[in-house]
Design a protein around this ligand. Structure first.
Ligand code: OAD
Ligand code: ZN
Length: 249
């Protein structure tokens, strides 16, 4: 069946690359953006724009604290989808994991070669000097009334180290992702609606140079028509079965 054939393609690949989106973390209790209970049903994407941060970093941080408590709190843990991807890497099958997620859950699950295209909620960055710090103590300072939090080195405003709308992606991460899309012979897309550029174009790049495309997503995506294997499934259910089929031979 399809699961067995997809597993065989992954096992035999010289270079297998996965790209994940918010759908890989819904099983950890983090709502996605555009799905049925997506964040954009209750929040305005404009609040996640660079211009809002610039206009009023204090308000930006106050909102962010609330959102982060729900989405990136201590209670959030990897689910079987993250674990299956980590397992595939540990066994030498998966070469790299590109993620649009900022939740850090792939790393927590044990994945090592993780490329975070949209940054990480675990860090903050000084908007002036670029110094990076762990986010947790800074959130504590914001809770204590320091809005906005400032850099101890230069006095610049600290910002969550995530890509806001209106900001560039980290160039090294984007460059490496492109190189991987160009050399992958299997490209696995998990839990992404593929609606935000430039990440959304990476699977097309892989498909153009002949990679076997495997999609695991609850809803149809714009890649579905080009995918050899298009699993309309819950990632937390399907990925462990796929990984077992890869490992089981
Ligand atoms: P989306 O919310 O756009 O898409 C998530 C996809 O995952 C949807 O198509 C869902 O059907 C699917 N999905 C949800 N739960 C699933 C599950 N358990 N198993 C399988 N599929 C599931 O999220 P992304 O594509 O990640 O960027 O969104 C991309 C970017 O848009 C985000 O990184 C964020 C957002 O704006 C920035 O903020 C810069
Ligand atoms: Zn600074």
């Amino acid at each position: 069946d399809d699961l067995r054939f997809a597993a065989q393609a992954i096992r035999e690949a010289e270079c297998a690359v996965a790209m994940t989106g918010a759908g890989v973390s819904t099983g950890s209790g983090i709502p996605d953006f555009r799905g049925e209970n997506g964040l954009w049903k209750t929040h305005d994407p404009a609040d996640f724009h660079r211009s809002r941060f610039e206009a009023n970093p204090g308000d930006f941080w106050r909102d962010r604290l609330e959102i982060d408590a729900a989405r990136h709190g201590e209670h959030v843990a990897p689910n079987p989808a993250h674990e299956a991807l980590a397992d595939l890497e540990t066994r030498g099958t998966l070469d790299a994991l590109i993620t649009q997620n900022i939740d850090g859950l792939h790393t927590k699950a044990g994945s090592e070669h993780v490329i975070e295209l949209h940054g990480s909620s675990e860090r903050v960055v000084c908007d002036d000097c670029g110094r990076r710090l762990a986010a947790a103590p800074v959130r504590e300072r914001v809770r204590g009334g320091e809005t906005p939090p400032r850099c101890a080195e230069c006095g610049g405003v600290l910002k969550p180290d995530v890509v806001l709308f209106g900001e560039q992606l980290p160039q090294a991460a984007l460059f490496e992702s492109h190189a991987l899309a160009e050399s992958a012979d299997v490209f696995l897309v998990v839990g992404s609606s593929l609606s935000v550029e430039p990440a959304a174009s990476l699977p097309g790049t892989a498909a153009d140079q002949g990679a076997t495309m495997v999609v695991v997503n609850l809803d149809r995506t714009r890649l579905s028509g080009r995918a050899e294997y298009d699993f309309r499934a819950d990632a937390a259910d399907l990925l462990p079965r796929l990984a077992a089929a890869v490992n089981g031979g």
